[in-house]
Design a protein around this ligand. Structure first.
Ligand code: FRU
Length: 506
């Protein structure tokens, strides 16, 4: 069942959490060929947004929206996984279960180094949305509110704060997904909260008592859907600090369905002021949603998104799990003309996966070059990198004996990169899955570089140092076995490399 539908039903009081539980469908036959290797996916059952991402004592914690009793969205829990390198993940016992205040929706986690909340020095504190929709709540729109839980043993066991909720709902239908961080200017915790069609900022000295600071965005940015899962953090460019505000919206993304937009500006401890009103997207592909950054990583900002789209997340043909996360990405800023953009590149840890590569240097592709015979068998996990001083039309084409094709390329006339999965394999599970999806090239000049990361059923495109990124899924009915580089106009390639991506055995 589509999540929006389920949400609507539950908001209308037509379905309760126990009904949703019993509605869980039988598990389809297993699809081990679709299991990603270096992207996190739960061993089984449903997953959506990354939650509570926090780095602590050498370990990256990734919590996630999880329904452990079904492969479709249902009563939300926080699943938990840990990693030392952001690439190999160990799933841990479920961290947060629904309770009498509601299901556990998205949120964040912090390390309370100064014990401001009184739960203990260095307590891991989760700030999340309780979602509860019985009859009397839904009339007032007060069914979502913010609550706390804390862990004193590195996220293994959790205690819900008896004073929950800490931020009651003033009567806003969508009031959720708190991202909290310590703000040095305000000398307080600042919460960035999605409040229907805008972001509302709150501050607190102790994570328990919250005061409203300001609102942002009612008339700015994309509004094709509800605002969800925000994040606010500083990055520096040429010694100057700029604040980045991520806002996921669903629907209303540039290629349909879910996507994450962002704003760059200043945050003075109270108010966010954008530098310009240009519409910007973190990722132009269809499959990167609800992404936020890890807490407690200092100046380094590492992003991870949910690699799916609410248009078909409940139908993708994997089993016994549904959905995976994107690769971790290092965020930075880059100026192009008058605009500052956010760039995302594979996190530096991804380099550990890269095996010795096959490289071709200084050659011209006229019409078509088969790469299949130049590589020792096409892997399911691999990286392609291309650089050119004279960007022209080109397309990488992955194919199999059944004629299924995944195409990733650049269209010079439109000045767009694109992913075309119209013929990539399975697509009958959703009418909105197949298609050719473009992304504008934001870089100036003819010098271009491209990094593509493949893992079982996903490709992540990082063009021009991460100025334009695209993430998309594909489900071939047989593995792809051929790889071609095509260029109708002729492309002079400075360097092209293919490398298998293999995790180190730990
Ligand atoms: C985003 C979202 C959040 C919400 C969660 C519920 O995908 O809709 O706004 O907290 O999913 O699972």
């Amino acid at each position: 069942m589509k999540k929006t539908f389920l949400l609507a039903l539950s908001l209308c009081g037509m379905i309760t959490s126990s009904q949703a539980q019993t509605a869980a469908k039988p598990i389809p036959p297993a699809t081990p060929q679709y299991r990603p290797v270096y992207h996190f996916s739960p061993a089984k059952m449903w997953m959506n947004d990354p939650n509570g991402m926090v780095y602590h004592n050498g370990t990256y914690h990734l919590f996630f929206q999880h329904y452990p009793d079904g492969m479709e969205w249902g009563p939300m829990h926080w699943g938990h996984a840990t990693s030392k390198d952001l690439l190999s993940w160990q799933e841990q016992p479920i961290a947060l279960y629904p309770d009498k205040l509601g299901w556990i929706f998205s949120g964040s986690a912090v390390i309370d180094a100064n014990n401001t909340a009184g739960f203990g020095k260095n307590a891991m504190v989760a700030i999340f949305t309780h979602h509860n929709d019985p009859e009397e709540k839904k009339k007032t729109n007060k069914h979502q509110y913010q609550s706390l839980a804390y862990s004193l043993d590195e996220g293994k066991t959790w205690t819900k704060y008896p004073g929950n909720p800490v931020l009651p709902n003033p009567g806003i239908q969508d009031f959720r997904d708190p991202k909290v961080s310590w703000n040095e200017v305000a000398k307080k915790w600042v919460m960035t909260l999605a409040t229907k069609d805008r972001i509302t900022f709150y501050a607190s000295p102790n994570l328990k008592d919250w005061t409203k600071l300001s609102e942002f965005g009612e008339k700015l940015g994309a509004h094709g859907g509800v605002w969800e899962c925000p994040d606010l953090f500083p990055l520096t460019l040429n010694g100057q600090t700029h604040w980045v505000l991520l806002v996921s919206i669903n629907p209303g993304g540039p290629n349909g369905g879910s996507a994450t937009q962002y704003f760059i500006g200043q945050f003075d401890g109270k108010t966010f002021t954008p530098q310009t009103t240009t519409q910007k997207w973190v990722d132009w592909g269809k499959d990167n949603y609800a992404g936020i950054t890890w807490a407690n990583t200092g100046a380094r900002k590492i992003f991870l998104g949910w690699m799916s789209n609410w248009e078909y997340a409940n139908q993708v043909p994997t089993s016994p799990w549904r959905n995976a996360m994107t690769a971790p990405r290092d965020l930075a800023l880059k100026q192009v003309g008058q605009e500052i953009y956010l760039t995302s590149m594979p996190a530096k840890e991804v380099a550990q996966l890269v095996q010795p590569s096959q490289s071709l240097k200084n050659f011209i592709v006229k019409s078509e070059l088969s790469l299949t015979d130049k590589i020792p068998g096409l892997a399911s996990q691999f990286q392609l990198q291309l650089s050119t001083k004279q960007l022209q039309d080109f397309a990488f084409v992955l194919g199999n004996a059944k004629g299924e094709e995944l195409v990733i390329g650049y269209d010079k006339q439109a000045n767009q990169y694109y992913i075309d999965r119209s013929k990539a394999g399975q697509m009958a599970f959703s009418s909105t899955f197949a298609g050719r999806h473009p992304a504008p090239r934001l870089a100036n000049g003819s010098v271009a570089d491209l990094t593509l990361l493949f893992d079982a059923t996903s490709v992540e495109v990082f063009a021009d140092g991460g100025l334009t990124t695209m993430t998309e899924l594909f489900f071939p009915t047989q593995p792809y076995t051929t790889l071609k580089l095509k260029s109708t106009s002729g492309l002079t390639v400075d360097a092209l490399s293919y490398a298998k991506l293999t995790p180190h055995v730990k």
